[in-house]
Design a protein around this ligand. Structure first.
Ligand code: MSP
Length: 636
């Protein structure tokens, strides 16, 4: 059993939380839940950053005191986290005594190291960022790249932290601890900042009154960022009662988006080095969640309507979509139609169907969970894949590759659906003899569902519990963990199963709900949902494309960038085939392209279609044509 301490940023309370905050917090929740499943002792910190000039300004605009303002907004965060089923252990407010006392102790310790000195600061400042910009960052036009506002010239008497002293120790630490900053692109960014030299940072603000006074000079208020970063230790009770601190520090993962990685990967580690505390093990930055390619902004009306989508698809589908759709380190554009497709395809068709078919057949043909008999090869394949999937998930989870974790689980879900199909299990009720075989297949399918339920539980906790109850694990998923799914046979034959009920009833696009309204949609007949209509098929625009260029995508082992000729146009396509084809052997090949697929960015490169291939467990073979035809010819 290990220790796992995970943190989100503490969010500013100058506005209510939005989907961007939800994205980080859900990802952190998934990790916390996964480590609990592993049996680790977990501490999950989230909270709010309540001090500083911006908060003071919003409170003034609202004509209330900053404290009263914070008291109003902070609960909007906890309410949202409850709605999103976030299993945090502490919600830290920076106006709490716990934090204020911790900050005083931390700053005093820092002061005693001799790394703090008093000086005058003159420089260009961005008020919404609450930070000075170094000469290198200012650029010629002196505009803040985040807020697009002109930087202000500010002169102040400030206290400084001798950050520059830590330039080389930080570079050394990064080199000696691969994976300290993730993903690699962010690590390289930080290294290049460090290599171009560090300036000392001011740690106080003379002109701000809403904050924590420096303990060694109470005329000055601590700079909000310095105070905020120390929340990661103050939340553990850095003062006085230190048990928690001893147990959980250093943090395993500080999670955030790429906007604030410099604070976490440079200033915070340097502060920790100064006071002689161990550094966090991993600083992980994910990409931006955008809407129509643009940064979320309430004032500009660019927002994600979480309420509507959760009301329509349910919380678990929303959580699933966020972590399945985007590669975690990259930006991701939120698209309700993609959520819709994933809901119907991955959740309804693949998972929901597996559960429905299995339980439908069990309840129709057996009294409770059937007894398995001697396994055949096909059964062993499924059982072996379950074990492999558990290991694969563990290794991908350690890499925080959530999308790939879910893909690995779904490969297994699809494999079990295929197992049901291959064995034609529904035809085996005919005779007593074949019914034994039927029982084995259904038992294995139920066991597979048990494994799947546990593996998805960090992402979709309520769905996991519902599956567990339906497969006869009376209580919930709670008594299951990563250990219980490492061995096959956890379900007891003869035990009564729960009431089979659809977990993801099919939804049509027009039936998206407004918040508060329950879905009136009924699930489809179990055996029919794998079929599509001719109209569905005709929606696909399949065309012959000749590959005229191919090259590897840098730092992506699986991806090739292809240029495909479609007769009257050329398309750029990113294809996950690099492990099976070299660029050279592709030139001149004719393939089949899904030409009306919505363009998507893969590793930041636009992909305008998809090539078809036969994808086996190990092999991948492109679908080509029997003889050459004109590029652009329709495939029907
Ligand atoms: N208060 C500071 C953090 C101090 S931590 C010691 C702060 N607050 S913030 O409210 O601006 O939160 C920034 C964080 O919110 C991002 O790093 C990210 O975790 C999350 N996100 C806010 N908008 C986001 C997106 N559009 N997309 C993804 N994450 C987003 O900075």
């Amino acid at each position: 059993m290990g220790i796992f301490y995970i943190t989100t940023p503490i969010y500013y309370v100058n506005a209510e939380p939005h989907a961007g905050h939800a994205y980080t917090t859900i990802a952190a929740d998934v990790l916390a839940r996964y480590h609990r499943l592993k049996g680790d002792e977990v501490f999950f910190l989230t909270g709010v950053d309540e001090h500083g000039e911006n908060i003071q300004k919003v409170a003034n605009q609202n004509e209330i005191s900053p404290q009263a303002y914070c008291d109003q907004i902070a609960p909007t965060f906890t309410t949202l986290w409850e709605r999103l089923n976030i299993s945090y252990d502490i919600f830290l407010r920076t106006t709490s005594e716990l934090h204020k006392n911790g900050v005083k102790k931390f700053l005093n310790t820092l002061y005693e190291t001799g790394d703090i000195y008093k000086g005058k600061y003159e420089g260009y400042y961005c008020r919404p960022c609450e930070r000075f910009f170094t000469e290198k960052e200012q650029g010629e036009d002196k505009i803040c790249p985040i807020h697009k506002l002109r930087l202000e010239w500010v002169e102040e008497d400030n206290y400084f932290f001798a950050l520059s002293k830590y330039q080389n120790p930080l570079i050394k630490h990064i080199h000696e601890n691969p994976g300290f900053i993730q993903p690699e692109a962010r690590c390289n960014e930080i290294l290049s900042v460090l290599e171009s030299g560090l300036e000392d940072v001011s740690i106080s603000r003379a002109s701000v009154s809403w904050g924590i006074p420096l303990p060694f000079d109470t005329e000055h208020i601590s700079y909000v960022w310095i105070e905020a970063l120390s929340n990661y230790v103050t939340a553990l009770g850095y003062t006085g009662n230190d048990d928690r601190f001893q147990t959980f520090w250093p943090a395993n993962v500080h999670l955030m988006a790429k906007d604030i990685v410099r604070f976490h990967a440079i200033i915070w580690p340097a502060m920790l080095m100064a006071v002689n505390l161990p550094l966090p093990k991993h600083v992980v930055a994910h990409g931006w969640l955008t809407k129509d390619g643009e940064a979320l902004s309430k004032t500009r009306g660019i927002f994600i309507d979480m309420d509507a989508d959760i009301a329509t698809y349910g919380l678990d589908a929303f959580r699933y979509y966020l972590l399945r759709e985007f590669s975690f380190g990259n930006d991701g554009d939120y698209r309700p139609n993609r959520l819709h497709s994933r809901y119907n395809a991955d959740l309804g068709n693949d998972l929901g169907n597996l559960l429905n078919r299995t339980l439908g057949l069990v309840s129709k043909n057996f009294d409770g969970i059937p007894e398995p008999t001697t396994p055949e090869n096909l059964d062993d394949e499924v059982i072996q894949m379950a074990t492999e999937t558990v290991s694969k998930v563990d290794s991908l989870m350690n890499q925080l590759a959530f999308d790939m974790v879910l893909e690995a689980i779904w490969e297994f879900v699809r494999r079990v659906n295929r197992y049901i199909h291959q064995t034609q299990v529904w035809t085996l009720a005919k005779s007593e003899e074949s019914k034994g075989r039927m029982g084995t297949i259904l038992y294995n399918s139920m066991e597979a569902l048990r494994v799947i339920a546990v593996l998805i539980s960090p992402f979709m906790p309520s769905t996991a519990s519902r599956i567990c109850r339906q497969i006869g694990l009376n209580d919930s998923s709670e008594e299951q963990n990563l250990n219980t799914i490492r061995s096959w046979g956890g379900l007891q034959a003869g035990v009564e199963i729960g009431k089979p009920e659809p977990i993801f009833p099919r939804l049509e696009m027009k039936e998206r709900q407004t918040p508060g309204k329950a879905s009136s949609v009924q699930p489809q007949e179990v055996e029919e949902t794998h079929l599509i209509s001719i109209d569905d098929f005709q929606n696909l625009d399949l065309r012959v494309a000749t590959i005229i260029e191919a090259e590897k995508v840098p730092r992506a082992d699986k991806l090739l960038k292809l240029k495909a000729d479609l007769g009257d146009e050329k398309r750029q396509v990113i294809a996950g085939i690099a492990e099976h084809y070299t660029p050279d052997e592709l030139i001149g090949k004719q393939v089949i392209l899904v030409a009306n697929l919505q363009p998507a960015k893969i590793r930041g490169i636009e992909s305008q279609g998809m090539v078809l291939a036969a994808a086996g467990e190990k092999d991948l073979v492109l679908g080509t044509l029997e003889k050459p035809v004109a590029p652009g010819t329709k495939v029907r």
